[in-house]
Design a protein around this ligand. Structure first.
Ligand SMILES: [Zn+2]
Length: 460
C-alpha cells in the first residue's frame, strides 16, 4: 500500500509542480511518513530495539535536566549501563495526579534547540481537574505524520469535504482539513460545529454541508444515525464516519452501517501524548503508534496484561523533551490483543474501555467494563438517552430520558438485561430525567462509576 493513495503533494518552489518540493516543515512530515510506512511492518522485537535506542537518549535527558526524575529515580537508573526493556519497566510509574501536582518539577531545564518552541496545552478536564503539559514543535510534527498515516491506512480521498462536530476547537468553514494537510497535500474544505445543538439541527447542518467524511464523538454519530434510520434525510456523499474522544461501542458501527452504509474508523488519543492508537486498516481493533510512544497495558500488580485482559494504560512519550512523560499512567483502561493478521508488527489493542470512572468495581476490588446490549429489544423505542451509573458497590442506577413512562413489564425486562451483565448481587433502581448532560469536555458516557471513595483518588 502506497503512502499517498490519492494525494497530490503541494510544491513550495515556484516553477516546480512535479515532482513537488514541499516547504521544510512539510518535507519533515513526509520524511517521517516515509519511515512510518516501513516501521509499521517491523516485528515487535525490532520495534522494541529501536525504542530502546530512543529511550536511552530520553532517559539520560530526563535524569540530567528534569528535577522530578532526578529525585524520583535515585540510583534506580544508571545512564552508563545499556538500557534493557526489563530495566526500563522497573522504573516507577508517574500518575496523573503527580503530573498535576509536580508540573514545575517535571519541566526540563534545558530542551535541545532543534526541538522547536515550547507551548503549554491542557486536557479538556472532563475528569474534573484538567492536566497541563508542555510540548515542543516536534509534537506537532509527529501529530501531523500520524494523522497522515491514519488517512493513508483508510485510503481517504483528501479532496473530499470533511465535516466535524465536536467541542473545544474553533468553529466555522475552512479551506483545508487541518494542520496535517494544509499547504502540504491538496485537500478539500472542512466545516466545524460545536456540540451544543440538538441532534436534529446537527443533521440539518450536515445536509447543508453534504460531507464526504464526518468526524465526531461516537455518541453523536449514534444519535445522528438513529435519526436517519427513523426517517431523517440521508447524506448521499458520506463515505466514512471518523470517531474520537469516547469509547466506541460496536452498536455505533452497526448504526452507521444501517444509516449510511459506511464504516466507522476510530482513533485513540490524549492531550498529554497525542495519538495513542489508530484503527487497523483491515480490522476493527487498534494498532498503537509505537514510533511515538511506548505503550504498556498493566494489571493491578503492574505486570503486563495478556491478550484479553483489561489493564491500565501506561505511556512513555518518546520525543517530548520539554516535559518527558516516562511510564505515565494515563488513567484509561484497555485490553491488548493478539498480533494482527494484517502483518503489521505494531501491537494491538482489542478494546478501549475508557477512564477508571467508566469501570465497574466490586467491594473486593475486581474490575469490569460492563456492556449492556444496547440494541436489545428490551430497550423500549421511547428511550431517547440512557446512562448507567454505579452508585454503591452493589447499587446501579439506570438513568433514562424517555418520551413515555415505562410499564412495569418494560422495567422488569430492562432490569433483567442489565443485572444479567453484572456480577451477582447488584440491585438496580430507575431514575427518569429530562436530560442527561454531556461532560464539560463535550463527551458522553454510557457507564459511570460514582462511588465517592473512588472519585477522590485522581490517579486511578
Ligand atoms: Zn492490523
Amino acid at each position: 500500500m502506497g503512502a499517498t493513495p490519492y494525494w497530490q503533494i503541494e510544491s513550495a518552489v515556484t516553477g516546480v509542480c512535479w515532482p513537488a518540493l514541499p516547504a521544510p516543515g512539510g518535507a519533515s512530515v513526509l520524511a517521517l511518513l516515509f519511515w512510518l510506512e516501513r516501521t509499521q511492518w517491523l516485528t515487535l522485537e525490532r520495534l522494541r530495539e529501536h525504542q530502546l535506542r530512543q529511550l536511552q537518549v530520553l532517559l539520560r535527558h530526563a535524569l540530567v535536566t528534569v528535577p522530578y526524575y532526578r529525585d524520583r529515580w535515585g540510583g534506580a537508573y544508571d545512564p552508563a549501563t545499556p538500557l534493557t526493556f526489563e530495566r526500563f519497566t522497573a522504573l516507577p510509574l508517574l500518575t496523573r495526579r503527580e503530573l498535576q501536582e509536580q508540573f514545575e518539577h517535571l519541566k526540563s531545564r534545558s530542551v535541545p534547540p532543534g526541538h522547536g518552541g515550547i507551548r503549554e496545552s491542557k486536557s479538556s478536564g472532563s475528569t474534573g481537574t484538567p492536566v497541563r503539559i508542555l510540548k515542543t514543535r516536534l509534537s506537532g510534527l509527529f501529530w501531523n505524520a500520524f494523522t497522515l498515516r491514519d488517512h493513508a491506512w483508510h485510503r481517504r480521498d483528501l479532496r473530499g469535504k470533511l465535516a466535524t462536530i465536536r467541542a473545544g476547537i474553533p468553529e466555522g468553514e475552512f479551506e483545508h482539513w487541518g494542520a496535517a494537510t494544509a499547504g502540504l497535500v491538496a485537500d478539500g474544505p472542512s466545516a466545524v460545529r460545536g456540540v451544543r445543538d440538538s441532534v436534529q439541527s446537527q443533521l440539518r447542518w450536515l445536509e447543508q454541508q453534504q460531507p464526504d467524511y464526518l468526524m465526531t464523538y461516537p455518541s453523536i454519530a449514534a444519535e445522528l444515525a438513529k435519526l436517519v434510520i427513523s426517517g431523517g434525510n440521508r447524506l448521499p456523499r458520506l463515505r466514512e464516519v471518523r470517531t474520537l474522544g469516547e469509547q466506541l461501542a460496536p452498536e455505533v458501527r452497526a448504526l452507521c452501517r444501517e444509516a449510511w452504509s459506511v464504516p466507522v474508523r476510530d482513533v485513540y488519543s490524549a492531550e498529554e501524548v497525542g495519538y495513542i492508537a489508530l484503527q487497523c486498516p483491515e480490522h476493527e481493533h487498534y494498532h498503537t503508534v509505537e514510533e511515538g510512544l511506548l505503550v504498556e497495558i498493566l494489571d493491578e500488580q503492574d505486570r503486563p496484561c495478556a491478550p484479553g485482559q483489561l489493564g491500565r494504560v501506561v505511556l512513555t512519550s518518546l520525543h517530548n523533551f520539554a516535559m518527558p512523560l516516562i511510564r505515565y499512567e494515563l488513567g484509561d483502561y484497555a485490553e491488548p490483543g493478539e498480533p494482527c493478521a494484517c502483518g503489521r508488527g505494531l501491537p494491538v489493542l482489542r478494546r478501549l474501555a475508557g477512564r477508571v470512572r467508566n469501570i465497574l468495581v466490586t467491594a473486593t476490588g475486581e474490575r469490569y467494563w460492563p456492556t449492556f446490549e444496547p440494541r436489545s429489544p428490551a430497550w423500549p423505542a421511547s428511550i431517547r438517552q440512557r446512562q448507567i451509573a454505579q452508585i454503591e458497590y452493589d447499587l446501579i442506577e439506570l438513568r433514562l430520558v424517555s418520551e413515555a413512562a415505562l410499564s412495569v413489564e418494560q422495567e422488569g425486562r430492562l432490569r433483567a438485561l442489565i443485572l444479567s451483565r453484572l456480577p451477582a448481587g447488584f440491585r438496580l433502581r430507575f431514575d427518569y430525567r429530562a436530560q442527561i448532560a454531556r461532560s464539560s469536555g463535550g463527551k458522553y458516557e454510557d457507564f459511570v462509576c460514582e462511588i465517592p471513595a473512588r472519585l477522590t483518588d485522581g490517579s486511578r
